[in-house]
Design a protein around this ligand. Structure first.
Ligand code: ATP
Ligand code: MG
Length: 740
């Protein structure tokens, strides 16, 4: 058998992993060492050489995009369609199970997935029902509490509040929230995983079936699995399955969402036969980038210890740019990207990475001004936009009228004279009678005595609208269903009236939703849910059971929830450092490296938090193949506030010989260097009364030394290295510096 296509492009350690016998195996290796590649080749090996069926393999990835790419790679290598292969994220796979076994999972057949927004709305409703003050019980924190418990596999009944009164209330909220979800057929993201876990625990015959079926369980990015995910994996693997997991403790960046890097170590306890393979050659980055990333991560303690080397060339130095403010930072990045493009490179090979989603806006503005196409990956994506969520809510109500989250969202969108008071009355009725808002609304309309006549009429119109809509779409195909709903809901008319660019974009998005539905491959999704359980006909899913609309809505919820961009086009890629995991780009900009932003303010005084931020920095740096730019701004307007910040401490962890400063710049830890002064000297004359190296005093920042200046008159800015707070750019006219 010719196995060259599987083995030729691997090094010895990679080959060892790919061809390993059927025993638990961990590939522990640093960034860019080929872990994901090994996983894909392993699947091909199992099928082509060991004669396994794709049907017997399940693989877990971190994003849907990674799953799609890996499936594509497997198909290429095996030259057969990889449909029988179960590959997806934990959420995607859990959802697939719950759709197939909704009854055993104790769910409604038409259950819908709630996103974070819906969840918050639901919590607010529960709080109102319980007469609890939102200020005292911020819905965000309640969601956090609930999700956290679910991620730990804990139901309200498992919590013993004891004397703790506040905890007792939290548990009651959690219970009320669960009841409301059950009543309305909604599940949140954390619930999907917990429910899939319980599905197996409570149905041993199902578990046994899947254990028999999935002899090989492969997991990418294992370092970021949380408790419930790991528990789910362990159940599936059981005594007979073979886990094949790849991970890197240095890239564990979801601790804040319950991920536990300790699972890497626990594997050896849970699977005593575990073999570990280490990959040490990096194929992604140039020598300098790799050395810089290694130096940064070296500051963390308690690492499992891996060294990465490359036989590639050293490449460029790491370019550090110190901007005056966030706009200058963005201008710089956009200028460099234009150069990159002019040099004949593709835009999609460049990525702008940042710590916080809110940072994208300035880059977006500059890119739009510069006429450079871009895509925000992981920000507000298509399925999360307000108008799309409105349209989806109408569709959800067509699929399940008890969907309270959808009801609340659109009962008065577009406005139809149903005021907050009416909605409150409906809610109260629903609460008193333990029914859905839909039933409550119908009852309120019927009971005209208590309900104001005008409000009852408006509500009646809404109920009729939804009823008619549900009937009308019954016989239509999916694309037509969406089109019908978008128009008859009044959304199109509503945005047409709104006018302006924003409204136009909304209309375009609604159009796009119709085309997304028309092009949606219902069969593929339904077939995937059906799968090919020929060995156990009882588990066959009746294709009639999953309507195309339900499949489409689930697809939309999963896509939006996880944060996938559309297909890659040739455009600049913008994303948070978190969503860059696993990806690679020839040209990378890491922006906003300022203490307080990155590392994040909340982590600065917490050593474990700081180490996680450092891992995130390591992840960011190791996304770069050839060119890595790191920038920071002296002054940043973010969340409506102006902040002055020192350069991130991570910058001073990069060895100086690997760095090239694009603008004369001193950081806190580095003293004034003559070369920097020389660079500044060739610029314009100094503003009056100041000279380089001059000692000055600032009211707030204390004593410092003038390092650099630019501009004249009221535009003059001066950079001062303050003894206590480090280097800062100040507007001279406002700085009120005293020469000392
Ligand atoms: P990360 O930790 O960032 O997820 P990874 O360990 O999964 O990285 P891959 O993405 O699999 O690494 O590989 C990094 C790059 O190196 C890819 O472009 C891959 O094609 C390439 N690569 C991996 N192994 C080899 C090899 N043996 N020969 C040539 N290129 C390789
Ligand atoms: Mg990878």
């Amino acid at each position: 058998m010719d196995v060259s296509s599987i083995l030729d492009s691997l090094n010895d350690a990679q080959r060892q992993a790919v061809t390993a016998e059927h025993k638990p195996l961990l590939v522990l290796a640093g960034a860019g060492s080929g872990k994901t590649r090994v996983l894909v080749h392993r699947i091909a090996w199992l099928v082509q050489v060991e004669g396994l069926n794709l049907h017997n393999i399940i693989a877990v990835t971190f994003t849907n995009k990674a799953a799609a790419e890996m499936r594509g790679r497997v198909e290429e290598m095996l030259e057969v369609p990889a449909a029988p292969l179960w590959i997806g994220t934990f959420h995607g796979l859990a959802h697939r199970l719950l759709r197939r076994h909704w009854q055993e999972a104790d769910l409604m057949q038409s259950f819908q997935i709630m996103d974070a927004d819906d969840q918050k709305r639901m919590v607010k409703r529960v709080l109102r029902e319980m007469d609890l003050d939102e200020n005292q019980w911020p819905p965000r924190e309640v969601c956090w509490y609930i999700n956290n418990k679910k991620e730990e596999g804990i139901r309200p009944k498992h919590i013993v509040a004891g004397e703790d009164e506040l905890e007792a209330i939290r548990v009651r909220i959690y219970q009320a929230y669960e009841d409301a979800c059950a009543r309305t057929g909604l599940i949140d993201f954390a619930e999907m995983l917990l429910r899939a876990h319980e599905l197996w625990l409570n149905n041993p015959h199902l578990l046994a079936h899947y254990q028999r079926r999935f002899q090989h369980v492969l997991v990418d990015e294992f370092q970021d699995t949380n408790t419930i995910q790991y528990a789910w994996l362990r159940l599936l693997i059981g005594k007979t399955g073979t886990p094949f997991v790849v991970g890197d403790d240095d890239q564990s960046i979801y601790r804040w969402r319950g991920a536990k890097v300790e699972h890497l170590q626990r594997l050896a306890t849970h699977f005593p036969e575990l073999q570990t393979v280490r990959l040490e050659q990096n194929y992604r980055s140039t020598g300098n980038i790799l050395k810089a990333a290694n130096a940064v991560i070296d500051n963390n303690t308690g690492r499992l210890g891996k060294e990465l080397w490359t036989d590639g060339h050293d490449g460029d130095l790491i370019q550090i740019f110190s901007a005056y403010n966030e706009r200058e930072e963005a201008e710089f990045v956009v200028t460099r990207i234009r150069q990159w493009q002019n040099d004949g490179n593709e835009r999609k090979e460049s990525a702008i990475l940042y710590r916080s989603n809110a940072q994208s806006r300035v880059f977006e503005e500059m890119l739009i001004q510069g006429g450079i196409p871009y895509r925000v990956y992981g920000g507000l994506r298509f399925f999360e936009r307000a108008e799309i969520k409105d349209a989806l809510a109408y569709l959800r109500l067509c699929a399940n009228q008890n969907d309270d989250a959808a009801f609340e969202r659109v009962v008065n969108t577009p406005t139809r004279g149903i005021g907050a008071r009416s909605v409150t009355m409906v809610r109260e009725y629903a609460q008193a009678n333990s029914c859905s808002l839909w039933h409550a609304a119908a009852a309120c309309v019927a009971d005209e005595l208590n309900f104001p006549r005008r409000a009852a009429k408006a509500l009646h119109v809404f109920l009729v609208l939804i009823n008619e809509m549900s009937k009308a779409v019954e016989k239509l195909d999916l694309g037509e269903q969406v089109e019908h709903v978008v128009f008859s809901s009044g959304l199109i008319e509503h945005f047409k009236k709104e006018k302006g660019e924003k409204a136009e974009a909304r209309l375009e998005n609604l159009d796009e939703l119709i085309s997304a539905a028309s092009g949606f491959d219902v069969d593929e999704v339904v077939n995937a849910m059906q799968s090919d359980d020929y060995e156990d006909p009882e588990l066959q899913l009746d294709p009639e059971e999953v309507s195309p609309l339900v499949a489409f809505l689930a697809h939309a919820a999963l896509e939006a929830g996880e944060g996938q961009a559309d297909a890659w086009e040739d455009c600049v890629q913008l994303m948070t450092l978190h969503s860059a995991k696993g990806l690679e780009f020839p040209l990378v900009f890491m922006c906003g490296l300022e203490d307080g932003l990155f590392p994040h303010q909340r982590s600065i005084n917490d050593s474990a938090g700081l180490e996680e931020e450092r891992r995130l920095c390591y992840v960011g740096m190791t996304r770069a193949k050839e060119h890595l730019y790191i920038s920071h701004a002296e002054r940043r307007r973010l969340y409506g506030q102006d902040n002055y910040a020192q350069a991130s401490r991570f910058l001073s962890e990069i060895p100086t010989q690997l760095v090239h400063h694009i603008r004369p710049q001193v950081s806190v830890s580095r003293p004034v260097m003559p070369t920097l002064r020389r660079a500044a000297l060739v610029r314009e004359p100094a503003p009056e009364g100041l000279s380089l190296g001059q000692a000055v005093m600032h009211k707030k920042f204390g004593p410092g030394v003038v390092m650099n200046y630019e501009g004249q008159g009221s535009h003059a800015r001066v950079q001062v290295n303050f003894q206590d707070v480090g280097a800062k750019w100040l507007v001279l006219a406002y700085a009120n510096l005293q020469v000392i």
